[in-house]
Design a protein around this ligand. Structure first.
Ligand code: NAD
Ligand code: IPM
Ligand code: MN
Length: 374
């Protein structure tokens, strides 16, 4: 079996962590006679953009469509205006391939320091299913001063009607950004969460939103959640507000099994989730289109201040590789990677600075490979 894997190292620490991820995948392929990978590297990111002004070209998308999966480091570089690479590469790929699920396991492994007092691996082990193509990520909005256009006039009249505030778009500056969700987009994300719960033997799905304030958008979300939940009577359900959930993740993480949430809240609560599993250096994620090309990456970004120093923790990326293997149907091989990571963490001899060690990025990759070879 040969899998074609697109590799996009990207920016900052991206290339360093993805190098270790690929190293580990090569090692499991070496150890599994029937398994082969063909890695095809794509240059998208800051360097490529600064040289060519190109983000992801049409023919690049065509090439990527032929792959079995995409393995990505991170995007974002201080030399490029914020948002250009993040939207032009990362979000472009998530949207183009309709990767409508962002699956982010929050799992604390034995031996990993957890900042929560009296909590251990048995308390932190759940999944966040983040809707990945809608909500405030749809890029509908505008910003204007001194030039009116129809959409700005609409915003102005809303202000006037609601608050009696007269905004003259020719004089005052305005900015607005609109969140949009669809019944279809919401349903497929929520259904995925329930199916995941069944598959992983979880008994509860928590829907996280802010329906008390953003009533238009999240009343639809709640309605769909209740509808889908009816098809899964074996699974307990609940609603939680996103502000409260940040508190509960810290206070009672053991309560959570599967959490499903719209795009932006999913982004925010998974950085918190990362911290309770030992930090961003350990948190993997998958951008999944169950019928298309999926993309696996760490939850963290390009961490520019650590770039090029061989100090970043590659385990999040290595675990994203494990998720990619599972997605490809290679469950046993995926387990082998996870077991190797677990052993390295349990021994605690080789670890990067973020979890209290002094080892380098490549030392950690080598240690995982050594466990796989054993
Ligand atoms: P970040 O996740 O890049 O880093 C925040 C901090 O977390 C780092 O400074 C570091 O202390 C720690 N950290 C992150 N990854 C680590 C690792 N592997 N090992 C050890 N420590 C690690 O977030 P940021 O600083 O807000 O963003 C930097 C850039 O990355 C921005 O351009 C942002 O837009 C982008 N970004 C990209 C992605 C992505 O590609 N998926 C995700 C988040 C942020
Ligand atoms: C993430 C990142 C991205 C997001 C940014 C860089 C576009 O924060 O993958 O969590 O918001 O989804
Ligand atoms: Mn994020």
């Amino acid at each position: 079996m040969e899998y074609k894997i697109a590799v996009i190292p990207g920016d900052g620490i991206g290339p360093e962590v993805i190098r270790e991820g690929v190293k580990v995948l090569r090692a499991v392929a070496e150890a599994t006679p029937r398994l082969k990978f063909k890695f095809v590297e794509f240059p998208y990111g800051a360097e490529h953009y600064l040289k060519t002004k190109e983000l992801v070209p049409e023919e690049g998308l065509k090439e990527l469509s032929k792959m079995d999966a995409i393995y990505l480091g991170a995007l974002g570089d201080p030399r490029v205006e914020t948002g250009v690479l993040e939207q032009g590469v990362l979000l472009k790929l998530r949207f183009y391939f309709d990767q409508y699920i962002n699956l982010r396991p929050v799992k604390l492994y034995p031996g990993v320091p957890c900042p929560l007092k009296d909590k251990g691996p048995e308390d932190v082990n759940f999944y966040v299913v983040r809707e990945n193509t809608e909500d405030f990520y749809v890029a509908v909005g505008g910003r204007a001063k001194g030039k009116s256009k129809a959409s700005h006039e609409v915003v102005r009249s809303i202000y006037q009607a609601k608050f009696g505030l007269d905004i003259d778009v020719d004089r005052d500056e305005i900015a607005y950004q609109i969140g949009v969700i669809s019944r279809k987009g919401t349903e497929r994300a929520i259904r995925y969460a329930f199916e995941l719960a069944r598959k992983k033997g979880k008994k509860r799905v928590t829907s996280v939103d802010k329906a008390n304030v953003l009533t238009h958008i999240y009343s639809l979300w709640r309605e769909v959640f209740e509808q889908v939940a009816k098809e899964y009577p074996d699974i307990e359900t609940e609603f939680a507000f996103v502000d409260a959930v940040t508190m509960w993740f810290v206070k009672n993480p053991e309560w959570y099994q599967v959490v499903v949430t719209p795009n932006m809240f999913g982004d925010i609560i998974t950085d918190l989730g990362a911290m309770i599993q030992g930090g961003l250096g350990l948190a993997p994620g998958g951008n999944i289109n169950p019928e298309g090309v999926s993309m696996f990456e760490p939850v963290h970004g390009s961490a520019p201040k650590h770039a090029g120093k061989n100090v970043a923790n590659p385990l999040a990326t290595i675990l994203a590789g494990q998720m990619m293997l599972e997605h490809l149907g290679e469950d046993k091989v995926a387990d082998r990677v996870e077991q190797a990571v677990i052993e390295v963490l349990r021994e605690g001899k080789v670890r990067t600075y973020d979890i209290g060690g002094k080892s380098s990025t490549s030392d950690v990759g080598d240690a995982v490979v050594a466990k796989i070879e054993k």
